[in-house]
Design a protein around this ligand. Sequence first.
Ligand SMILES: *Cc1c(COP(=O)(O)O)cnc(C)c1O
Length: 378
Amino acid sequence: MIDLDAVRADTPGCRDLIFLDNAGSSLPPTPVLHEIQDHLRREAEIGGYRAAAERADDLRAGYDVLASLLACSPDEVAFTDSASRSWLAALDSLRLEPGDRALVTEVEYHSNALALLNLGVQIEPIPSDATGAVDVTALRDMLDSRVKLVSLVHVPTNGGLVNPVHEVAEAARSVGAVVVLDACQSLGQLPVSLESVHAVTASGRKWLRGPRGTGVLAVRGLSPRLIDGRAALWESADRFTVANNAKAFELWEYSVADRLGFIAAARYALSLGIAEIAAEVSARASMTRTLLSEIPGVSVCDLGAEQCGIVSFSVAGHEAEEVRDFLWDNGVAVSVTYDSSTLFDMTRRGLKKLVRASPHYFVSPDQIARFAEVLATL
Ligand SMILES: *Cc1c(COP(=O)(O)O)cnc(C)c1O
């Protein structure tokens, strides 16, 4: 059980605001905030290089922390500045050639699809089953030796669906395809593991409650093409040695304060327990779905037999932005998700935009009830 009073006390912003945008950018807890503020102050006192040297042990320990979170080895962890940066780094390492095939989920995130399209790679959506999840049988029928990438969005940006990971990974492996797991909406709310895939990508600011501008790439058996002085040692005019671990995917320069904040956020999640977080988030999301579905004119639009903390809905007669702004004026933070972010899925379902409410464990059940009351007055 998570101590609700304790986590709320660590989250001053949630006292007066009903914060339901954890799928967008969450409220960092005070240990994260303090870590960042303290380090920026230290940089102003003694300079960025000395300040970083003082925290060298903590920065090194960060690889162990993220490895615990992602069930991998510290050598398989690379820190980045966003989920998209992580995803691009993984894509770069695939060295795709003309004729190679890339399979994606129907709920694929726009940035993943766009990166492939811009490389001239044709993307093929894997059909979904009746529940909306990736249809593993259909996937098996699509696989052949030309499939080099299977991009699997664990949880989409636009709803509560949770896609199966192990079944997809096992099928993809049978033809030697690389599986990249986009865990941007699952890390910090659900168990996520590098175990059966080649790469996991995620950002810090969403369910993990880290600062903006942070991300992680967990990676196994891939090596980057684009590198800098963090990745390799320059030994002579044409000789250099690239790190034989995931640090080859990192860049030398980064925000040390944000990195420390990101590590603090990962520690915070681990100290609460991922299974506990998942249970609390799931309970709040189902309470939200139940209350919303009782309001006349409100349609809950989440896919999936297994559902997580993202609740998507529409209100008859009101634009999504109007709903969002009305809620904000009444002390509730939600966001709007557009068809351009998940084009295959939204087009298939005939949707243009949806309101997205994503409650974390620090949102009290009373606040969720209040949210539903407010919405009913629209
Ligand atoms: C937000 C999101 C991303 C991109 O994350 P950034 O940190 O903004 O790069 C990728 N995939 C999904 C499913 C997302 O929701």
